[in-house]
Design a protein around this ligand. Structure first.
Ligand code: GLA
Length: 400
């Protein structure tokens, strides 16, 4: 007993010393790691990723904003809610950086806007007729959120969930790897779907997006990105003067609810012919007379891209003459939904003041054909267990 009392102060002293030592080690390790990260993501290597708080969802989940900057000065911000690209600053022909994507200021605005600004779209980008489809004779009922149809995954698609984000800054590129597991039955879709979307920015002002998904049950998948671009950098201007090119000899005419009729129609002789660079406003001159444009109303159609078996290839481009900004879209996908913001109605506050009025942004959504699960003649969107869904799209920015 006595012995213990004698040794106690010594034990206490020893453990206190050990404790202080451990704390110091932790601190040293922490700052070493921080230093390494700072070096790995900053100037000398050109790429940098920072994180900041972006508020909370209505369910109380914390939302983080990740901002990537490259050596050229391009800056892109992404939030883990919906994987939304909230801003993308790129230079004009005078080297001035401006934001070229439509976005909102808060999570609550994104939750209620209904415009899918900048978001990852899944499980199924675009419309599925009557919000249902059959696989192996079994009918799956989805959520009807666009008249009778299901649009962009239903009421709570991939644009409205929290993604896990892993940032990685390398020498010439920086990426955000976003992952999300959609549970079997979510939105009515079968199978647990493990999804990865990787945004990569490189030093040549390119944004590359890689999509991957696997399932444990036969299902359908069609992922895309819903950024609205206005390359002028001025959100008070419409996008009608942008000069667009789409490498497609055919497009998919739609019915009154914007579901493809199933026919592939040649673009030749129609306002849908963007095989040569053409101002959007040219085609829109037939807004009142062309039946398909009346249905949009305006361009909101799927173009059947050429060279579908050629993997990653140039599919489309857009040029804004005043700023000189030029965007090229490369993709592995067979089709492109070109939507010109017909449903923007001035009710959402624009960055930099004013509101987003009709046609102040356009989307180039690479994807498979709308309603594919119900139209057998369209390229398949079925994913089997053991297989991996892959898709890649790159947006390349320059000036001319
Ligand atoms: C897609 C659709 C459009 C519209 C927008 C969101 O691009 O094709 O009809 O629903 O999403 O407003």
């Amino acid at each position: 007993m006595k012995k213990i009392f004698k040794t106690l102060p010594a034990i206490f002293l020893l453990s206190s010393l050990l404790f202080i030592q451990c704390k110091n080690t932790d601190k040293n390790e922490g700052s070493a790691a921080e230093n390494e990260q700072a070096e790995g993501t900053r100037d000398n290597r050109g790429m940098h990723i920072s994180e900041s708080d972006f508020g909370k969802t209505s369910e109380g989940e914390a939302v983080t904003k990740y901002t990537i900057t490259n050596s050229a000065g391009l800056e892109m911000s992404v939030i883990n809610y919906g994987g939304i690209i909230t801003s993308l600053k790129i230079p004009n022909k005078n080297g001035e950086y401006q934001d070229v994507v439509l976005g909102l200021d808060s999570v609550s605005q994104y939750e209620t806007a209904g415009t899918y600004f900048g978001a990852i779209i899944g499980r199924f980008g675009n419309r599925i007729a009557n919000a249902s489809f059959e696989l192996d004779g079994k009918k799956y009922q989805l959520e009807a959120n666009d008249g009778p149809n299901s649009l962009h995954g239903g009421n709570k698609g991939f644009d409205k969930v929290i993604w896990n984000v892993e940032p990685r800054a390398g020498e010439d590129e920086a990426s955000l790897k976003l992952t999300y597991t959609s549970k079997d039955g979510e939105g009515g879709y079968p199978g647990n779907l493990e999804t990865t979307v990787t945004y990569t920015i490189n030093s040549n002002n390119e944004l590359d997006i890689k999509y991957e998904a696997t399932t444990d049950q036969k299902t359908v998948v069609n992922l895309t990105q819903h950024s609205y671009f206005n390359l002028s950098g001025d959100f008070s201007k419409t996008i009608l003067d942008h000069v667009v090119q789409i490498d497609a000899d055919e497009y998919l005419p739609v019915d009154k609810t914007l579901i493809p009729t199933g026919k592939l129609e040649p673009v030749e002789g129609t306002p849908f012919d963007f095989r040569e660079p053409t101002p959007i406003s040219d085609g829109m001159k037939q807004e009142e007379s062309n039946e398909q444009l009346k249905r949009g109303p305006g361009f909101d159609h799927c173009w059947v891209l050429n060279d579908q078996d050629n993997g990653m290839r140039l599919a489309a481009s857009a040029y804004e003459p005043t700023s000189g900004r030029f965007m090229e879209v490369y993709t592995t996908e067979p089709a492109l939904q070109f939507y010109i913001g017909n449903f923007l109605d001035g009710s959402l506050p624009a960055k930099g003041g004013g509101n987003y009025e009709k046609r102040t942004g356009f989307c180039m959504e690479t994807q498979h054909y709308p309603d594919s699960p119900n139209q057998e003649q369209f390229p398949s969107v079925v994913l089997e267990p053991g297989d991996t869904y892959t898709s890649e799209t790159a947006y390349k920015f320059s000036v001319k």
